[in-house]
Design a protein. Structure first.
Length: 399
């Protein structure tokens, strides 16, 4: 079986380890083909009718596009049964297109964490906020206490530059306006120019566009676009210049690479971006992302691999190897390799917390990985928000 993916390096090696014993026992050879240009290559392969057996998609929007082109095969009854048994309803949706199940979500990331130093907070008497206004008040207090910008942010990520900024907007849309508005926004029933989406930009801008609040250790707000989202931010924490940053659960990898420990009583820890509600802003909604696997053919072995990847056995096998989590409800949180990943699993498995997939990954590529990215970087550079959101709205593909 060949599986195409954009996952490479150590993470690809861990994937291969995770299914090696099962594949041997079932007399199946699985070859993982990593391609950093996966998103473009897989579409070319579909056009040429030379597809792999399966593929791992990080963008449900791309999976949906290929399903609508009849390039992907619907999951069989066994795979669908495993999906219903082992995954929350929210996650079952991301491999389903027009009511037909095609894919199985295998890996996950919880986004919207705000990273900080527990010891510094204790020393200064700063408290973790439970409302968005409380976060703004904390930011103002840190600025007053230190006479320096509290926040560091970096949106530079090569061809994908800007995605950390889209994460900010998505978090605020979900927490300020709720999941229904979020879903309608993803489907273009609510445009970017809608006052509720504009408000999310404006609230985010209270931090990211304020030169008193960003960009700690790097310069003015416009330096955000030139600053890398990972190693550079971790180094800023290491040097003590950065007090707060907004990043996903995988930031612990960058922190550890910088020699920082991660945990409630360690060098760095994180709390979810707080909400806007009158109930104290309880953190009952989070955004995140993940990878979904689907098949291009109806081979028995393809279906067998899909069913295994939908199982708790595979989820625990992979998570025990470190660095990732899974949305599989049969996953043991103790299998996680770090405290923040264990915390992320508890978030995903909490029925009282609403999960929504990264909006830009759900939107068509012309928007989610193109105009939204350029729009967010233009906004950081001082562009007009009404003009930027009108341009994004105009980029939606015509149905």
């Amino acid at each position: 079986m060949t599986i195409a993916t954009n996952i490479g390096g150590e993470e690809a090696a861990q994937l291969e380890k995770s299914w090696a014993a099962w594949a041997k026992d079932n007399n199946i050879t699985i070859k993982l083909n990593t391609d950093k240009g996966f998103e473009q290559r897989i579409q070319s392969q579909v056009q040429a009718n030379k597809t792999p057996d399966l593929a791992i998609f990080s963008q449900p929007g791309l999976l949906a596009d290929l399903a609508k082109k009849k390039a992907l095969q619907p999951a069989n009854d066994e795979v669908q049964a495993a999906l219903k048994k082992n995954y929350p309803a929210d996650w079952q949706r991301y491999g389903t297109v027009d009511g037909t199940v095609y894919g199985v979500p295998i890996l996950a990331t919880v986004k919207g964490f705000i990273w900080y130093s527990p010891s510094l907070f204790a020393e200064r008497g700063w408290n973790v906020p439970d409302t968005w206004q409380g976060l703004l008040d904390l930011t103002a207090k840190i600025r007053a206490d230190t006479s320096a910008p509290p926040w560091c942010a970096g949106f530079s990520a090569g061809a994908a530059s800007g995605w950390p900024g889209t994460d900010w907007i998505e978090d605020v849309v979900l927490r300020q306006s709720g999941p229904e508005v979020y879903d309608d926004w993803v489907e273009n029933k609510i445009p970017f120019s809608d006052p509720r989406i504009q408000s999310a930009f404006e609230e985010t801008g209270k931090i990211l566009l304020n030169p008193d609040y960003v960009n700690a250790g790097f310069g003015s707000p416009t330096s955000i676009n030139a600053t890398g989202y990972g190693d550079e931010i971790a180094a800023a924490f290491k040097s003590g210049k950065c007090v707060l940053t907004h990043q996903a659960s995988f930031f612990d990898t960058f922190a550890q690479s910088a020699g920082l420990s991660v945990g409630p009583d360690a060098d760095l820890w994180a709390f979810p971006t707080p909400g806007f509600g009158t109930d104290g802003g309880k953190n009952n909604a989070v955004t995140g992302a993940g990878d979904t696997v689907a098949a291009f053919n109806t081979k028995a072995a393809s279906a067998k691999v899909l069913a295994y990847l939908a199982s708790p056995e595979w989820a625990n096998s992979r998570v025990k190897l470190g660095g990732v989590i899974s949305p599989n409800t049969g996953l043991d949180p103790d299998a996680a390799s770090s405290p923040i990943l264990k915390e992320s699993i508890s978030v995903l498995q909490n029925p009282d917390i609403t999960f929504r997939f990264d909006a830009s990954d759900l939107m068509p590529a012309a928007v989610g990985t193109t105009s939204f990215l350029t729009g967010i970087t233009d906004w950081i550079d001082g562009g007009s928000l009404p003009d930027i959101t009108r341009k994004i709205d105009a980029s939606w593909p015509v149905k």
